[in-house]
Design a binder for this molecule. Structure first.
Ligand SMILES: Nc1ncnc2c1ncn2[C@@H]1O[C@H](COP(=O)(O)OP(=O)(O)OP(=O)(O)O)[C@@H](O)[C@H]1O
Length: 227
């Protein structure tokens, strides 16, 4: 078990955004978090990252858990679009959590950045200024950055937003390969069909936990709901 949410809830100024969350994620799982706008998905991700403290319940992490093992792709925000740095620098910054006492990046950091730039088809753009890129190119750059950070767990908040169909397919194929290589993935997505093709587990939120289980059982649950 990598992490387990035990009756956890989060609120903003007393207004509950998500409550009664009980689920666990094992190493190698691919969990897709679904639900309508405002159902608490991003709040949960921030909770898992330790950026927002639960107002009830708790999250229990594996004994050997280190916060630096996580790569995180946040939801797109206006502020992110204005980074005055090159694509390569943004991707390399995914290694910051691993620098420890070192004041500079090592050859291994630069190699990892280059590798992830290639994986996301960004090699040609590496010298370009991040803020001059298209929305989809920026999204891929931030995904490459998250990959640079992800040792054990990749947390993605709508990774496909702004991507054209072929770029989205490439990201799905990449996630599949990463999972086969042993990475655990937690992803918020509005592309239910695409997510269900790949996910091992689904968590459906509506400010509460409506469903948690395997993707196969989620399909059955959806069918029952609609008869
Ligand atoms: N910083 C904040 N301050 C106050 N309320 C917030 C804040 N962030 C989110 N909320 C509220 O918490 C609830 C859940 O929001 P959240 O962003 O987690 O939903 P979501 O499922 O990720 O939505 P979307 O699909 O639109 O991204 C919403 O009612 C939202 O208005």
């Amino acid at each position: 078990m990598l992490l387990s949410c035990q009756n956890a809830a989060w609120a903003y100024d007393g207004n509950v955004a998500a409550s009664g969350l009980n689920f666990s994620v094992a190493a190698g799982d691919y969990l897709c978090v679904v639900g309508e706008n405002g159902s608490g998905k991003s709040t949960l991700l921030r909770g898992l990252l330790g950026l927002k403290t639960p107002c009830a319940g708790k999250i229990v992490y594996a004994a050997d858990w280190r916060g630096t093992d996580i790569g995180y792709l946040p939801q797109q925000t206006a502020a992110q679009k204005d980074f005055p740095a090159s694509v390569q620098e943004v991707v390399l910054s995914g290694r910051i959590g691993r620098l420890g006492w070192r004041p500079f990046y090592a050859a291994a950091d630069k190699k990892a950045a280059l590798n992830n730039l290639k994986l996301l088809g960004l090699e040609r753009l590496r010298g370009r200024c991040f803020r001059e890129l298209s929305g989809g190119q920026q999204r891929r750059t931030l995904l490459a950055r998250a990959l640079c950070a992800a040792q054990k767990l990749l947390i993605l908040d709508e990774p496909l937003s702004g991507l054209d169909p072929s770029a989205a397919q490439n990201v799905y194929a990449l996630l599949q390969r990463l999972r086969q290589a042993g990475l655990t993935i937690i992803m918020v997505s509005h592309d239910l069909r695409g997510a269900l093709r790949q996910a091992s587990h689904v968590l459906h939120l509506q400010n509460k936990q409506k469903f948690f289980g395997t993707a196969a059982n989620y399909k059955k649950w959806l069918e029952k709901k609609h008869v």
